[in-house]
Write a new protein. Structure first.
Length: 165
């Protein structure tokens, strides 16, 4: 039976964390949160501006070691918020620091209506992996916690992931 880990990064409203924890509850998989060594500080707008600079520069902030080792898992669900049409820089760091050969990766992302190229960029960063059940979750366009993706779509996605393990 394949062993699954859910890894996620979440910053402002905790939308990505919310999805990751719902998936964990439905699958019983292990879960780990990506955290930067230096937490983002300042107002929401200051962090948004910093995120823009970091994504444009391709910056990968140092991250803390995870409590779980991805090498020990067969299926890894990876969640990120959308930062300027791509994955959060901390997720980019995580993806670059791990081997994906032979893994099944379930990429998922949250956005406020502008999904950009997040899933495509995640797939490019996970060389050697196969991919399943990719998903985009839409929240309200003001960056708030109002989930706009229909419940039936979420339930179908959760079942697709459960079928992998």
């Amino acid at each position: 039976m394949p062993k699954m880990l859910i890894v996620y990064y979440s910053w402002s409203n905790g939308n990505t964390e919310r999805i990751a924890k719902e998936l964990q509850s439905a699958t019983g998989a292990d879960i780990a949160r990506i955290e930067t060594v230096e937490p983002y500080t300042g107002s929401h707008q200051q962090v948004v501006d910093q995120g823009l600079r970091e994504t444009e520069a391709g910056y990968m902030p140092p991250i803390r070691p995870l409590e779980k080792d991805p090498a020990d898992y067969d299926v890894i669900a990876i969640g990120t918020p959308t930062w300027w049409y791509t994955m959060a820089p901390a997720v980019k760091t995580f993806l670059s620091e791990n081997s994906w050969k032979g893994k099944v990766v379930v990429p998922f992302m949250t956005n406020g209506g502008w999904p950009g190229q997040v899933i495509r960029h995640m797939k490019q960063a996970c060389r050697g992996a196969s991919f399943a059940a990719e998903m985009e979750f839409k929240f309200d366009s003001q960056g708030g916690p109002n989930l706009e993706t229909p419940r039936k779509v979420i339930d179908r996605w959760i079942q697709q992931v459960r079928d992998l393990i």
